[in-house]
Write a protein that binds this ligand. Structure first.
Ligand code: F6R
Length: 366
C-alpha cells in the first residue's frame, strides 16, 4: 500500500530510516560492543583466513558492492574485488577454495548473479549473500546469507533495498574486522555508536526535501547530467546517475571527480548540470578544485555539502546540505537527496516512476 504517497518509490525513500534501523536490530550491541550476524556465524574461520573477497552483483546491487569494497578494505584489511556478475560469468575468472564470494541481490533471482554464484561454487569458493527476498534462489544457493529485511520493494528503481544493502555490508565489514582483529574494541564501539545515530540523520535529510524539489525542476529541463564524487562518494555518484537515467530518462553519468579532466570535462558548458558529492572529508579540498574547474567552464554546479559549509554556498549554484557524518557512513545519507532528485525530476517530466519503460523488477534472463 502506498499510504499517503503518490508513488511506491517515494514511500520507499521515506521508509529508509526505519528500514536501516530494523536492519541493525539485534546485530549491533552497544553494551557488549560486538556485531553479531547469524548468517556468518558458521563462516568465521573462512572469513578470518580469507586472502581475498570477491563481490558480485548487478546494477544498484553492484554499486552497494563498491561501497562494501571500501568498507571491508578500510576495516577488515582484506583485498576486495567487485565485479559485474555478468562479466565475471563470461570470462575465465581465477577463483578457488580460499576465496569468499559475496553475492548481492535485492530480488535473489537475478540470472546473471545466479550464474556467477554457480561458477564460483563449481570452483570451490564459499558463497555468502546479501539478499532482501527471504527464501529466494540466491540465498538457497549460498553457504551463508545476511538478509537486508527491507520488506517488499515495489518501485522498480531500487532505493530502500540499496540503503539496507549498504547497512548490511557495513555490519559485515565490522564483523570481519572484529574477527580478524584489525580493529580495537574501543574503535568498534565508537563506530557502532555512530552507526546507531545514522537513522535520525537520514530523517533530517528527508525533512529538507523541499529544496531538492526546486533543484529537480531545474534538472528536469536538461537532457544530460553528470554526477561526480571521490572515495566512497564515487559509488554514490554512480547510483545517483543510474537512478536519474532509469526513471527520468535524462542521460546521466557517474564519474570519479578526478577523472573529469581525462575526458568528460569536454562536455561541460552552461547546459550541463553537474552534481558533486562535496561533503567534508579526506577529499574535500580536491573536490572543491574540481568544482572550480566546472564553474570556470560555465557548468551548473549542485553540491551535496556538509551542513554549514560556507565555501560551497559561495561557489556552487545550488547546495543540498546533509548532517556531518563519518566518511564510511556517508553513502547512507548522500544517496537520499539523489534518490529524491531523480524522483521529482521524473514526476515533472511525466514519467511512470514506479514502472519505468523497458525495465523489470527482477531480471531473470542472462
Ligand atoms: C536499479 C535496479 C537494478 C537492480 C539490478 C539487480 O534501480 O533496480 O539495477 O539493482 O537489476 O537486481 P537485484 O538486486 O535484484 O539482483
Amino acid at each position: 500500500e502506498k499510504g499517503n504517497f503518490e508513488h511506491y518509490m517515494l514511500k520507499e525513500i521515506f521508509e529508509q530510516p526505519r528500514i536501516v534501523k530494523d536492519c541493525m536490530r539485534g546485530r549491533i550491541d552497544l553494551k557488549v560492543g560486538q556485531i553479531s550476524l547469524e548468517g556468518l556465524k558458521n563462516h568465521t574461520k573462512q572469513l578470518k583466513a580469507a586472502k581475498r573477497i570477491l563481490i558480485v552483483g548487478c546494477g544498484t546491487s553492484w554499486h552497494a558492492g563498491l561501497i562494501g569494497e571500501y568498507l571491508i578494505e578500510e576495516y577488515a584489511r582484506v583485498p576486495v574485488e567487485v565485479e559485474y556478475a555478468s562479466e565475471f560469468r563470461y570470462r575465465n575468472p581465477v577463483i578457488g577454495e580460499d576465496d569468499i564470494v559475496i553475492a548481492i541481490s535485492q530480488s535473489g533471482e537475478t540470472a546473471d548473479t545466479i550464474a556467477a554464484i554457480n561458477l564460483a561454487k563449481l570452483n570451490g569458493a564459499t558463497i555468502l549473500s546479501v539478499c532482501n527476498v527471504v527464501g529466494s534462489s540466491i540465498p538457497r544457493l549460498s553457504d551463508g546469507v545476511v538478509y537486508t529485511h527491507a520488506g517488499p520493494e515495489i518501485g522498480v528503481a531500487s532505493t530502500k533495498a540499496f540503503t539496507a544493502q549498504v547497512t548490511v555490508l557495513t555490519l559485515m565489514a565490522l564483523f570481519m574486522a572484529q574477527n580478524r582483529g584489525t580493529i580495537t574494541s574501543s574503535q568498534l564501539i565508537e563506530l557502532q555508536t555512530e552507526l546507531s545515530t545514522i537513522t535520525s540523520k537520514m530523517q533530517t535529510v528527508l525533512d529538507v526535501n523541499k529544496a531538492v524539489k526546486e533543484i529537480a525542476k531545474r534538472i528536469s529541463a536538461f537532457g544530460n547530467c553528470l554526477f561526480l564524487g571521490r572515495g566512497i562518494g564515487f559509488p554514490v555518484a554512480l547510483e545517483g546517475a543510474l537512478k536519474l537515467k532509469e526513471i527520468s530518462y535524462i542521460h546521466a553519468e557517474g564519474y570519479p571527480a578526478a577523472e573529469m579532466k581525462h575526458g568528460p570535462i569536454a562536455l561541460i558548458d552552461a547546459n550541463m548540470p553537474v552534481i558533486f558529492i562535496a561533503t567534508k572529508g579526506p577529499s574535500y579540498d580536491k573536490v572543491i578544485s574540481n568544482i572550480q574547474e566546472v564553474k570556470a567552464r560555465k557548468g551548473n554546479v549542485i553540491a551535496i555539502a556538509t551542513e554549514g559549509d560556507k565555501i560551497l554556498k559561495e561557489i556552487a549554484d545550488e547546495v543540498i546540505e546533509i548532517p556531518a557524518v563519518n566518511e564510511c557512513f556517508l553513502p547512507l545519507l548522500a544517496v537520499i537527496p539523489l534518490q529524491l532528485l531523480s524522483y521529482y525530476a521524473a514526476v515533472m517530466r511525466g514519467c511512470n516512476v514506479d514502472q519505468p519503460r523497458n525495465l523489470a523488477k527482477s531480471v531473470t534472463v542472462e
